[in-house]
Design a protein around this ligand. Structure first.
Ligand code: FAD
Length: 381
């Protein structure tokens, strides 16, 4: 086993580090889940794109660098290390794009991917409905065939759509065969949110941010060209997106390594309470363990063995680690923890978001069921 990066990868790391040090906006941008912050983040995404750092692992013709998965991991480590802004394009670039590479037609790839990479088009995920969250197969929003125009007509409601209030496009699952049940008869659509019949209603969060939305569809026409994968086979396409969301691409280890390092800095700054030192060491070791585990996964992926249900195991690990790290930060901060402005405010904001980690991307109870049945092979009952 050779755990060293090659000279070319080390050079790539040095280049990324130098560029990020010179270009990451200071002071930090306002939250990307506010309208003002979202606009500032899109400007940053454009800067990344112009320097060909927006989608390093994509082909050059779409604005990438044809970088390997290893180089992508290196970029991610450097990105988080530099304290660069959260990627408001992430649901497009990290969730939808891998699915478009796998299931999209060449026409869809050429039309959609460059605008996604540059931030000109931004994508949100339209899966959850008021009565279909964990039970995603309970989707009731419908798609009716419109042969005259060559497409489908969408009706229904999606909810908890992250940054839906600001995004230009939505990818979502709709029931196209009303007689089919559960996982069958679903189709995966790519929807322009400016189409007639779409209503986007922002939902204010407890922390005051307003990016969440409910999205209503009232006889919305979507052409055949915007069906991803085969009609009626949307579930399999959606599961590919889910694998990206729980596993490798959405939460790379660089994010947690950077948080662990910031925790160490905080520990030194706030005095070194021995009672908290062991938890700090555990947090660092866990982040490092996630990094090595990811290297093992990438080794298998590069050899053609996709992670599958193991991504549920990964999701459990990173979401619970994120909560533990932020809880520790608040304890270190003690009576400064609840300050909403100033240098420490990011920890409380981060803690509030970390609490959502065990819920989004499929709740952790559901992930435990998946691990029990599909990784450990335990009986369903
Ligand atoms: C920050 C955040 C961002 C989100 N962004 C998006 C987005 O962009 N797009 C989108 O479509 N959705 C999004 N969601 C919604 C998310 O996918 C759902 O909240 C999640 O799937 C759970 O569904 P639910 O809220 O309907 O809860 P429910 O499914 O009603 O679950 C309620 C509770 O019951 C438990 N439970 C349910 N079924 C079982 C079972 N079989 N076994 C054991 N326990 C069970 C759950 O674990 C949970 O604790 C987001 C959620 C959050 C918190």
């Amino acid at each position: 086993m050779d755990l060293t990066f090659s000279p070319a990868e080390e050079q790539f790391r040095a280049d990324c580090r130098a560029w990020l040090e010179a270009n990451v906006p200071r002071p930090a941008l306002p939250s990307g889940d506010t309208r003002e912050g979202f606009a500032a983040h899109i400007e940053w995404e454009r800067t990344l794109f112009d320097a060909r750092y927006a989608v390093v692992s994509w082909p050059e013709r779409y604005g990438g660098r044809d970088a390997s998965l290893w180089e992508w991991l290196v970029f991610e480590e450097e990105y988080y290390r530099a304290g660069a802004p959260q990627r408001v394009t992430q649901n497009g670039i990290f969730l939808l794009a891998p699915t478009i590479f796998e299931f999209g037609t060449p026409e869809q790839q050429d039309r959609i991917l460059p605008k996604m990479a540059s931030g000109e088009q931004t994508w949100c995920q339209g899966w959850s409905e008021p009565n279909a969250g964990s039970d995603l197969a309970g989707i009731r929003s419908t798609a009716r065939r419109d042969d005259a125009r060559g497409g489908f007509r969408l009706d229904g409601q999606k909810t908890w759509t992250t940054r839906g209030a600001f995004c230009t496009h939505l990818f979502g699952l709709f029931r196209s065969d009303p007689d089919a049940e559960r996982h069958r008869g679903l189709t995966y659509f790519l929807v322009d949110l400016s189409a007639p019949g779409v209503t986007v209603r922002p939902v204010e969060r407890l922390d005051g941010d307003e990016g969440f939305a409910e999205v209503f569809f009232d006889d919305v026409f979507v052409p055949d060209a915007d069906v991803l994968g085969e009609p009626e086979h949307g579930w399999a396409v959606a599961m590919a997106t889910t694998g990206s969301e729980r596993g490798l691409t959405l939460r790379s280890p660089g994010r947690f390594m950077a948080t662990a390092q910031r925790l160490i800095d905080l520990f030194h700054e706030k005095g070194d309470d021995p009672a908290l030192r062991d938890r700090l060491i555990d947090a660092y070791v866990d982040a490092e363990a996630y990094r090595w585990q990811t290297f093992a996964t990438v080794t298998r992926v590069v050899e053609g063995d996709p992670p599958g249900a193991e991504s549920s195991l990964v999701k459990l690990f990173w979401s619970e680690l994120d909560v533990r790290m932020h809880e520790l930060a608040l304890e270190l901060l003690s009576d400064h923890a609840e300050l909403v402005d100033g240098e420490f405010a990011q920890w409380m904001k981060g803690y509030q978001f970390a609490l959502a980690g065990p819920i989004y991307a499929g709740t952790n109870e559901i992930q435990r069921n998946v691990v029990a049945e599909r990784v450990l092979g335990l009986p369903r009952r």
